[in-house]
Design a protein around this ligand. Structure first.
Ligand code: MG
Length: 157
């Protein structure tokens, strides 16, 4: 077995929606990012890459590369899934926590789990997506951005 963790943070900026877990959620702000700023997917990618000891998402998809401007982060996740399979692993399970005051995440977690399971080629039962606020404390509490944390357990295929 291999285990990895991932963390990602993006700040709110101009826009009318955020992409989280591959779900477009209408909001008063967007997330500032080179790609689509999908914190949940970025954290999960880093957890998988971490489990494989293959660096981080910035190494595989450099922000300096124009190919990834406004990129759909599900492309990143599918790439990480392919690397996982190449290395002889399959996903045991993944657990993702999203921290923000707004927008409300809970109504969208089922759709997020379905997206992630599709990209990873696994059952939705292996994917957990949870959400919490930070009780108005810190940058997430002040509504300045969104943070996501992920853990992935990989098992020999
Ligand atoms: Mg990111």
């Amino acid at each position: 077995m291999r285990i990895g963790q991932g963390v990602d943070i993006h700040a709110f900026g101009p826009g009318d929606h955020v992409m989280i877990g591959g779900v477009r959620i209408a909001h008063s702000h967007g997330l500032v990012a080179h790609s689509d700023g999908d914190v949940a997917l970025h954290a999960l990618c880093d957890a998988i890459l971490g489990a494989l000891a293959l660096g981080d998402i910035g190494r595989h998809f450099p922000p300096s590369d124009d190919r990834w401007r406004d990129a759909d982060s599900r492309v990143f996740l599918r790439h990480c899934a392919a690397l996982m399979r190449e290395q002889g692993f399959t996903l045991g399970n993944a657990d993702i926590s999203i921290v923000c005051e707004v927008p409300k995440i809970a109504p969208h977690t089922a759709a997020m789990r379905a997206n992630l399971a599709a990209d990873l080629g696994c059952d939705t039962g292996k994917i957990s997506v949870k959400a919490t606020t930070s009780e108005k404390l810190g940058f997430t509490g002040r509504g300045e951005g969104i943070a996501a944390f992920a853990i992935a357990l990989l098992i020999v295929a």
